[in-house]
Design a protein around this ligand. Structure first.
Ligand code: UDP
Ligand code: MG
Length: 137
């Protein structure tokens, strides 16, 4: 069993896509083992995306991620890191496979509805960023 961190980003929450994303997770046999809604400060968004701090999109991305509420979840399944990234689709929704969350709902390379960890190392950092052990059930 593997774990990953999922975020429904401010555009996804604002556009009432929480249920849509959760429905896709549950119908793919991905188990939600922790979940909460919160609004990040700019500093918290910068800390979360620290791997991207030298990227040209960092400032805009962290403004966006702190612009409204997000839903953060810990997901569990076999190979869930790649399984969930397959459900999300490519970062750029224009290149994402048909039927993926981003292809279906993203409006912009930045406003792409969902986040998912990209490796076991980042999953562990990202899960611990938002959840303590008592919140993972
Ligand atoms: N992003 C952006 N412009 C880019 C690349 C990425 O605004 O050229 C944003 C987008 O919201 C993306 C996030 O930064 O989801 C993190 O980028 P990453 O390359 O890690 O993509 P992801 O892992 O989310 O697919
Ligand atoms: Mg990433």
């Amino acid at each position: 069993m593997e774990r990953t961190l999922s975020i429904i980003k401010p555009d996804g929450v604002g556009r009432c896509l929480i249920g849509e994303v959760i429905k896709r997770l549950e119908s793919s046999n991905i188990k939600i083992i922790a979940m909460k809604m919160l609004k990040m400060t700019k500093k918290q968004a910068q800390g979360f995306y620290t791997v991207h701090k030298e990227r040209p999109f960092f400032d805009s991305l962290t403004d966006f991620m702190s612009s409204g509420p997000v839903v953060v979840m810990v997901l569990e399944a076999e190979n869930v890191i790649s399984k969930y990234r397959d459900l999300m689709g490519a970062t750029n929704y224009k290149e994402a496979e048909k039927g993926t969350i981003r292809r279906n709902f993203a409006t912009d390379i930045e406003k792409n509805v969902v986040h998912g960890s990209d490796s076991q190392e980042s999953a562990s950092f990202e899960i611990n960023y938002f959840f303590n052990s008592f919140e993972i059930v």
